[in-house]
Ligand binder design. Sequence first.
Ligand code: BDR
Ligand code: CA
Length: 319
Amino acid sequence: MTSADSALPIILDCDPGHDDAVAILLAVASEKIDLKAVTTCFGNCSIDDATRNALQILTLAGEHDVPVAKGAAGPLVQELELGNYVHGESGLDGPAMPAPAFALDERDAVTLMKDVLEASATPVTMVITGPMTNLAQLFRNHPAVTPRIREVIFMGGSTERGNHTPSAEFNTFADPEALQEVIDSGVALRMVGLNLTHQALAVPDVVERMRAMDHVVGQTSAEWMGFFGNSYNQVWSFEAPPVHDPCTIAALINPDLITWQRTFLAVELEGKWSRGETITDLHNRFGNEPNADVAIGLDRDAYWDLVLNAIDSLGQKNS
Ligand code: BDR
Ligand code: CA
């Protein structure tokens, strides 16, 4: 059996975004991941910007064979709110990016997800690093394919406080109805929230290790961290940016990186101030049946070794 045969098939649904970009690099670089498709969603920027960014990031990574399809332009129910205040006008401000070297898939994101799920010999892991809109649409439009999903692992929510609002994390705020529909589907679900990703800070030593790489992928990654870090400093007074989204991919590559707690999970749809907040009942106060695993602890050194080795291996391969 080759490593490609044993690699975990995934679809990465994202809204790139600086940290989504690093998640894409990690997925492309790892022999343990079989990246079947990249689908895009509004979120950090408009759907057109997110889609162009995805094509450019894969081009930077030297990966031209993974299909990329455009998804939702806005949430299921509420008004559109974007994250350009963090990721800049393009959604991926900072370094110059290469022109896309390959074309967008003609299918929409939900159709591509369905086709990949139907074609895969083994169940597929859905990795969501933006709003949950595309997946909710898949569940609405193609319920017959959902048993082909191994699990959903998503970056979003928190066991603690939020970022877009005091209580809500951006991705869960951006389309809470979509997340609740996915929770209600009963699919196996793992949440990687801010309580975990705030342990994944790109501290100066990490950025220096990127900058020391003698290739464009390392230099570009360092510049992404510079732009992202500046936003996190200005908006939230962080001294280093939390690199949220690759934590999902890292958990799939190395199951020992993250500790988990099984719990009841819901998302606030009604709160006057707290709409989009995730409810994680870590002490079982409601007595509800647990329906998700939430990430609790990160081995940060192992995380950064994994991410930096991935960036370096891609950069060297493409030099
Ligand atoms: C999430 O929102 C976006 O800014 C990031 O890409 C990440 O997915 C963090 O709240
Ligand atoms: Ca994201």
